[in-house]
Design a protein around this ligand. Structure first.
Ligand SMILES: [Zn+2]
Length: 153
């Protein structure tokens, strides 16, 4: 004869499902699945490298840590423009959240052999830096580091 099993959960006594996060509506859920926060994988260095770098003005995803590159031996460069304004830029292989404006110019270029175009955030059109290109097709983005928000370590 079967004995009743005490403390075994039944459908009526099983713990309720975890309540929904009451602040969930505050969380930004980008529509692009590739742009979702990767909070569950914070210890994964590959994931950390793929975290988004955001526009400081509008939080639009601009580029990724893993797209950092070196040009002329360094990722970071500090230059002054002809007006004497100093910019510290980082070099990135790609910046999907940037658009290049205007025609390429080689006036006052900071990188020998490269022409530049102004790079703006495609979210808010803030000036984020410059797209540098060569006649042979090489290209990189020089983005003003103060205008970006980097993922926390
Ligand atoms: Zn922006």
């Amino acid at each position: 004869m079967l004995q009743p099993i005490y403390n075994a959960p039944t459908p009526e006594t099983a713990p309720a499902a975890v309540a929904p996060d009451p602040l969930a509506f505050l969380k930004v859920e980008p529509s692009d699945p590739d742009k979702r926060p990767e909070a569950n994988l914070e210890d994964d260095t590959d994931t950390r490298a793929s975290r988004r770098v955001l526009c400081r003005e509008c939080l639009h995803p601009v580029t990724r840590e893993q797209d950092r590159t070196e040009v002329h031996g360094a990722h970071q460069h500090t230059f002054a423009n002809p007006s004497g304004i100093v910019f510290t830029i980082g070099c990135f292989r790609s910046a999907e959240g940037c658009g290049a404006a205007g025609s390429p110019s080689d006036e006052f270029t900071w990188f020998q052999g490269y022409s530049w175009r102004v790079a703006v955030c495609t979210g808010c059109l803030a000036h984020l830096g410059w797209l540098f290109t060569t006649a042979s097709g090489a290209a990189f983005w020089g983005l003003i580091l103060d205008h970006l928000i980097f993922p926390e370590n």
